[in-house]
Design a protein around this ligand. Structure first.
Ligand code: ZN
Length: 379
């Protein structure tokens, strides 16, 4: 039966989320140890001064004998966090930065504007556009097989930068937050500093689908060159390490947003359907469709993710947040159904039928208007 965290609004149906004996999820417990509020023996508060020193030692060690013209690759989507990472890498850590963007298939006008902010920071910047015809097929397969049209984006974001780093022998890749620490995951993965092949396979949103599984009569392995994770032998030789900056520095999305806005970074005029925040997913036109499927699978959507952060920062009560998510979670923009079905070469009915095929009948039932409604009202 579906149960909810006593502090935030995450349900126990969320993949990789664990609850302690008091009914608190590990995403809430992570927030406590991050902010120095943990009061039990298993969860020790993080000493951010020590972590800062760890970062400096790590960088010094990696850059000893660095023969590349660059010190680090920073994967950039154009979101508030990755823009902030580029600034920190260049101006706080004094690194020679190569920014790398895996161009998303549904980039928005706001997203394109925000990527230009990097020109203000002043770094070399690669945009990698993988054959859009191949990407379209991968978007469709991700949607049909695991219910995630952004499968290819997860692969691109966690694979293209390492392939570029490998070509230019850049020793460090700086990712942002560790999603298992911020949003919940097994204990071992929550305290992880390194992003490696195993992490990518288990936690990056690939959901068990590997790039080679996508090969069929229409897609060849050679179409996926930049989406293939490099061989271990190549990685060992090149001595590249991908790390989460969020392990070393306290992750604060609100601070990042305030900071990048001073550089000209823009929020969305309106949150996307199904979302609460103006500042998140500014570069993903079809985020509402992905989140609708997540809602049907697990009983929560994007607004829950966003409002949980507000609850943990004591900006909103759980009850207030609950009344908002009940109205927003899982909502979809009808125009996007039309646009996205056209993009995929499907009829609207075919797309809706794929979306609805992921419904979890232990959470939802159909009402008299043929709509999915929760069997037990969220609490
Ligand atoms: Zn929680």
């Amino acid at each position: 039966m579906i149960k909810y965290c006593k502090k935030c609004l995450f349900p126990n149906t969320k993949p990789d989320l664990f609850f302690d004996k008091n009914g608190i999820c590990d995403s809430c417990n992570s927030a406590n140890i991050k902010h120095g509020l943990a009061d039990n023996e298993t969860d020790k508060n993080i000493n951010w001064e020590t972590r800062k020193k760890e970062l400096s030692n790590f960088i010094n060690k990696k850059l000893d004998n660095n023969k590349s013209d660059y010190d680090c690759v920073v994967p950039v989507s154009g979101g508030k966090d990755s823009t902030w990472q580029v600034y920190v890498a260049k101006n706080i850590l004094n690194l020679k930065v190569l920014a790398v963007t895996f161009d998303q298939f549904d980039q928005t006008k706001t997203g394109i504007h925000n990527l230009k902010i990097l020109q203000e920071i002043g770094v070399d910047h690669f945009h990698i556009t993988i054959n859009p015809l191949v990407i379209k097929k991968l978007v469709k397969k991700g949607l049909e097989i695991i219910g995630d049209p952004y499968w290819v984006n997860h692969v691109g974001m966690f694979t293209v930068p390492i392939n570029i780093a490998s070509k230019f022998s850049v020793p460090i890749i700086l990712y942002g937050e560790n999603p298992q620490f911020e949003y919940g995951g097994p204990a071992e993965s929550r305290s992880k500093m390194i992003m490696d092949r195993r992490w990518r396979q288990e936690f990056s949103g690939m959901r068990g689908l590997r790039e080679e599984d996508m090969v069929d009569e229409e897609i060849e392995l050679s179409d996926l060159t930049l989406l293939k994770y490099p061989d271990d032998t190549i990685l060992k030789k090149s001595n590249i390490s991908s790390v989460f900056l969020g392990y070393f520095m306290k992750w604060d999305p609100i601070k990042h947003t305030t900071f990048v806005k001073k550089l000209g970074w823009k929020s969305l005029e309106m949150p996307p359907a199904g979302s609460w925040s103006h500042d998140e997913n500014c570069d993903m036109e079809f985020i509402d469709i992905r989140e609708r499927i997540k809602f049907l699978k697990y009983g929560y959507g994007r607004a829950t993710d966003q409002l949980n952060i507000a609850i943990r920062m004591n900006e909103m009560s759980r009850a207030q947040a609950l009344s908002i998510v009940k109205k927003i979670d899982g909502k979809i923009d009808k125009k996007n159904i039309e646009k996205f079905s056209k993009f995929l070469g499907l009829s609207k009915e075919e797309l809706v039928s794929i979306i609805n095929s992921f419904v979890n009948y232990s959470i939802f039932k159909k009402n008299e208007h043929n709509e999915f409604v929760e069997i037990i009202e969220r609490y």
